[in-house]
Design a protein around this ligand. Structure first.
Ligand code: ATP
Length: 140
């Protein structure tokens, strides 16, 4: 069955939204296979955001992601990669559709980085790569 890596970013954890994110994943019918509260290391963030290295928002993004605990989640179910991104909504929480995690719970806080509550893998290759970053002991 398909797996995806979901992160509840530091803004989501700080605001007490882990439960709401997990509830939406479960309510949709996906399963929580793994769940861990972590402090991201520089190495993990460099790997996770490798595709954004060099972009103007890269350093603020990495600093933000290191600013507090993150909830790392492996969610499973047929279609969960696309399905979770649909639950998450558009990257910018200001314009993300109501009904989505970012649309319902996020906003522009006037910071350099979009604090958009969650991350979700965007393909099976990304999911495999990202699960290995956040759950290094994972064999699957
Ligand atoms: P995610 O991968 O987190 O689900 P996404 O695929 O919609 O979101 P990406 O383009 O992969 O977004 O960017 C990763 C993250 O980088 C975004 O979630 C956001 O936090 C941040 N980000 C993206 N674009 C910008 C930008 N222009 N300015 C500031 N931060 C940005």
């Amino acid at each position: 069955t398909e797996r995806t890596l979901v992160l509840v970013k530091p803004d989501g954890v700080k605001r007490g939204l882990i439960g709401q994110v997990l509830a939406r994943i479960e309510a949709k019918g996906y399963e929580i296979e793994k769940l861990q509260l972590v402090r991201a290391t520089k190495e993990q963030l460099a790997e996770h955001y490798a595709e954004h290295a060099g972009k103007p928002f890269y350093q603020p993004l990495v600093d933000f992601m290191a600013s507090g605990p993150i909830a790392a989640v492996v969610a499973t179910g047929d279609g969960v990669i696309t399905g979770f991104r649909s639950l998450a909504g558009a990257t910018d929480p200001t314009t993300a559709a109501p009904g989505t995690i970012r649309g319902d719970l996020g906003r522009d806080w006037g910071t350099a980085v979009q604090q958009n509550i969650v991350h979700g893998s965007d393909s099976t290759e990304s999911a495999k790569r990202e699960i290995a970053i956040w759950f290094p002991a994972d064999e699957g």
